[in-house]
Design a protein around this ligand. Sequence first.
Ligand code: ATP
Length: 329
Amino acid sequence: MTTGIQVRGLRKDFPVRDKGLFGPRGTKRAVDGLDLDIPAGRITGLLGLNGAGKTTTIKILATLLRPSAGTVRVDGLDTVADARAVRRRINLIAGGERMVYHRMTGAENLWYFGQLYDVPRAELRTRIAELLDLVGLTDAADTAVERYSRGMTQRLAIARGLINRPAYLLLDEPTLGLDAPIARDLRKVVAELAAAGTGVLLTSHYLTEVEELCGHVYVISEGRHLAQGSPAELKAATGSHRTVRLTVTNPGPATAAVADRFGARREPRPDGGELLVLSHPDDVAGPLAAAIVGAGGSIGGLEIAEASLEDAILRLADGEARALAGVAG
Ligand SMILES: Nc1ncnc2c1ncn2[C@@H]1O[C@H](COP(=O)(O)OP(=O)(O)OP(=O)(O)O)[C@@H](O)[C@H]1O
């Protein structure tokens, strides 16, 4: 049996009316021929630009929407033909959406969703206790959700997403609006689940989160594939480099020549010093500093900023905007 989630040629068209309720009918293509592979035991990222179609894709994977064309297979099962069996294998946690019932207590919600996911009753009671403990809601188990804070509600949504011990977990902005310590705990739980074999698909606007968790990332734009690779590969492919900032307190012609030789930009400082800024794929901070000292320069400060996935995505977005506008990159 093939394991993992395979998305092939996925397309989703939504019917829309151009002008108001009685305007001409048209279609909005939200997803346009996507191929994705989400293996078990890994965290795969899905990042998007320009109304990318991430939420639509995730809803199709979760069997909540039918594709207009293409297929999604979960451990070989089709999300349309075998929807029930697929639902037992997957679960969805969406930040910012109403995933739980506000009139019920936390424990009642988990009981309800546990039954919906066919969790055996004998197992359900202990499972609920474990999950409430995991998300720090044991003390609030019997409080109605309408009295929960936003963070507590989101934590309950996380417990709900794990109630059926899903083989695949779909996370759509799971840390949206969460306090930093809770977001950090959630990242830890997700990493542990993946290490234990769960396949995870993660979308997040917090790119440091994606960079920390995801081994492989797909970048999509307007429903189409734009790029894929590990965060390191995406950074390399887009030329996103680490940046070195070195302050020379006594700049002169000799240090300027060194800066030019390394291709560093020189920025005068109000105190008479000079800031050298250099982006480079290699670790050049040491050689640059040594050459400056060798040329009689004194170093007032040295900062190294690692290239981030955010830089890479911004570069991809920029390239995409140029392509859309017909400007040569
Ligand atoms: N039910 C719908 N009817 C018509 N158009 C829709 C519908 N749902 C989504 N769209 C459109 O499809 C495109 C993709 O939407 P989707 O919500 O999947 O994107 P997204 O990548 O999740 O975006 P965001 O990051 O802003 O949440 C958008 O242009 C959106 O307006």
